[in-house]
Design a protein around this ligand. Structure first.
Ligand code: AP5
Ligand code: MG
Length: 206
């Protein structure tokens, strides 16, 4: 099964991807993670992507689509995958239809008023786990691997405002796009606890 995780910044795409991966053994492909790995590695893609990510706007479509198109040629995608953060506009969605077969698009619904706090309070680990300061009880290390947690460079109020604006103008129209293809399923418990959201997703995935 190949699925898309759709949702605003901070909706919980990464949090749920980690849970889905454990239970359903789906590959997690996050364009945001791929860009951040490239930035860390100092690659040409990383150098190009950084200015866009810091500004909270989309990295150019050609670059992003090429990365995903290439990633989906690897052997490991045969086990089924989740796309997190791709597609992010209609152009990307139409391109994706040319090189992939998507079964389902899960749209995690969360009111925008909650997102700024969720994102600015997020702490992440190099292993891929993410946390929120409200539930860390003062801990600064990852419960899974013990490494020191850090804050993403784009998790600051100014960039978050821009990311939300980008989502509303460019990504939200994908809800209707996947509805019209009969592939959209709304995850309505997005404001519940991560476990509540996961329980709803498990019901959907069966
Ligand atoms: P990306 O990395 O995809 O970031 P994003 O879409 O802004 O989403 P986030 O990762 O911030 O949110 P999330 O939904 O994963 O939330 P999480 O689970 O971590 O993209 C970053 C940038 O890369 C973009 O701005 C763009 O520049 C570029 N880019 C990426 N893809 C691109 C593309 N296709 N085209 C062009 N450019 C692209 O949760 C957030 C916080 O909330 C955490 O603290 C978590 O602990 C907490 N939380 C999660 N669930 C719950 C819950 N149920 N209740 C309470 N708290 C919760
Ligand atoms: Mg994420």
């Amino acid at each position: 099964m190949n699925i898309i995780l759709l949702g605003a910044p901070g909706a919980g795409k990464g949090t749920q991807a980690s849970k889905i991966k454990q239970k359903y053994n789906l590959l997690h492909i996050s364009t945001g993670d791929i860009f951040r790995a490239n930035i860390k590695g100092g690659t040409e893609i990383g150098k190009l992507a950084k200015s866009y990510i810091d500004a909270g706007v989309l990295v150019p479509d050609e670059v992003t689509c090429d990365i995903v198109k290439d990633r989906l040629t690897w052997d490991d995608v045969k086990q089924g995958y989740m796309l997190d953060g791709f597609p992010r506009n209609l152009f990307q969605a139409k391109e994706l239809d040319k090189f992939a077969k998507i079964d389902l698009c899960l749209n995690i619904e969360v009111d925008e008023s909650l997102l700024m706090d969720r994102i600015c309070g997020r702490r992440v680990c190099a292993c891929g786990e993410s946390y929120h300061i409200n539930t860390l009880n003062g801990s600064t290390t990852c419960a899974k691997c013990g490494k020191e947690l850090y804050q993403r460079a784009d998790d600051n109020p100014e960039t978050v405002k821009s990311r939300l604006d980008t989502y509303n103008t460019q990504t939200a129209p994908l809800i209707d796009y996947y509805k019209s293809q009969g592939k959209l399923v709304s995850v309505t418990s997005g404001e519940g606890s991560p476990d509540d959201v996961f329980a709803e997703i498990c019901k959907i995935l069966g």
